[in-house]
Design a protein around this ligand. Structure first.
Ligand code: NAD
Ligand code: WQD
Length: 351
């Protein structure tokens, strides 16, 4: 039996891009996803892009019996754990769901891994665990802060749970990857972010305006202590993130213990810079209006990505133009996400 990497949440946005890179690197993968925020079509697209069959199980990480069956059927040597709920506003309204799905789900996964003697885990954490950062760029050594919502607190709880596991049992090798703001899509226009329901993140909201689905972008706050008054974030291409997972997996197996790495570019862009960058790349004008600050937003959040560069030999390679071109190609090709056939490619990269 071939060694297999289990990818929880692998039908989702970041998991699907990472799965593709693993398969392209010659690894055998098994995707487990309950499709609560994704669709089977992403697996079909993965198979088309990789020219191979992808093992996929529709199921939930909270199902202990299913996990035991998976670990006894496949020769799994590592788990990339993307599965989780991630909508910040929804987490405020439905905290129990977020703690049950994210925290209890992760605990359940780790228990099943321990029963199966699989101790290599890469976890999708978030810069949200830093809360309101005292300084930028954010270094891992700064320590965690107070996340502003149940989603962020669920990520912090999981980080603490994973830390305790490695302290209690030296067999655990765990990489905690703190993503900054993932955007972009596969350059084929076939894989991208397709959340169920209304988007809240900047890029999907912006592309909805570009597609005429919404009349203007709401910019939350223009009175922050930043150069133009709007919030600054570290946007990172999803393919760069995916590459970070491959590196983490390699280093993890060679150097046991708990590792924490920021995955960001180290460059911050304001909301207005993103809007004008998008207009430059697509030639589409984006009407916007300023509104009150959004609760829980911090003025600036961008990474010091030096630790990942030194220890993983990884750094983000794709610039903002590439991120915006790929985001727009995906959105304009798949206006309804995976639920409709792709339309012909729109020309991008030209005024
Ligand atoms: P996504 O929603 O596209 O992917 C998550 C996948 O997990 C979905 O396909 C969903 O159906 C699945 N899932 C959810 N709960 C499950 C469960 N109980 N059992 C099985 N499958 C389940 O999200 P994404 O953007 O790809 O994020 C992946 C991970 O990265 C998440 O854990 C998220 O919290 C984290 N993260 C995302 C961002 C971001 O901005 N996208 C930033 C930082 C961290
Ligand atoms: C970016 C900036 C908004 C929409 C979130 C999560 C974080 C992580 C990544 C998972 C902010 C502004 C947005 C809009 C706007 N996810 N904005 N108009 O808030 O930095 O991070 O996603 O872990 O946990 O909190 O990303 O894309 O929502 O916002 O002005 O319609 O764009 O106010 O300044 P955020 P975002």
């Amino acid at each position: 039996m071939r060694k297999t990497t289990l990818i929880t949440g692998g039908a989702g946005y970041i998991g699907s891009h990472t799965a593709l890179q693993l398969v392209e690197a010659g690894r055998c993968v098994l995707i487990l996803d309950n499709l609560s925020n994704s669709s089977r079509e992403s697996i079909t697209r993965l198979e088309q892009l990789s020219h191979s069959n992808i093992d996929f199980i529709e199921g939930d990480i909270r199902d202990a019996a299913l996990l035991d069956e998976i670990f006894s059927t496949f020769d799994i040597d590592a788990v990339l754990h993307f599965a989780g709920l991630k909508a910040v506003a929804q987490s405020v309204r439905r905290p129990m769901e977020y703690y049950a799905n994210n925290v209890v789900g992760t605990l359940n996964l780790c228990q099943a891994m321990a029963r199966a003697h699989v101790f290599n885990l890469v976890f999708s954490s978030s810069a949200t665990v830093y809360g309101e950062p005292a300084t930028t760029p954010i270094v891992e050594a700064l320590g965690t802060g107070k996340p502003a919502n149940p989603y962020g607190r669920s990520k912090l709880m999981i980080e603490e749970l994973l830390t305790d596991l490695t302290l209690a049992d030296s067999r655990w090798n765990i990489a905690v990857l703190r993503y900054f703001n993932p955007i972009g899509a596969h350059p084929s226009g076939q894989l991208g972010e397709a959340p169920n329901g209304q988007p809240n993140n900047l890029l999907p909201c912006l592309t909805q305006v570009a597609m005429g689905l919404s009349s203007a972008l709401t910019v939350y706050g223009n009175d922050y202590p930043t150069a133009d008054g709007t919030c600054v974030r570290d946007y990172i291409h999803v393919l760069d993130l995916a590459e970070g997972h491959l590196k983490a997996l390699q280093v993890l197996q060679a150097e046991p213990g708990l590792h924490i790495w920021n995955l960001g570019t180290g460059i911050g862009y304001s909301v207005l810079q993103i809007i004008s960058g998008f207009e430059d790349v697509t030639g589409i004008s984006i009407p916007y209006r300023f509104a009150e600050r959004r609760a829980g937003d911090v003025a600036e959040c961008w990474a010091d990505a030096g630790k990942a560069e030194r220890e993983l030999g990884w750094s983000a390679q794709r610039d903002l133009t590439q991120m915006l071109i790929d985001s727009w190609r995906w959105q304009s090709n798949n206006p309804r996400g995976y639920s409709a056939q792709p339309a012909p490619l729109l020309a991008v990269g030209m005024k």
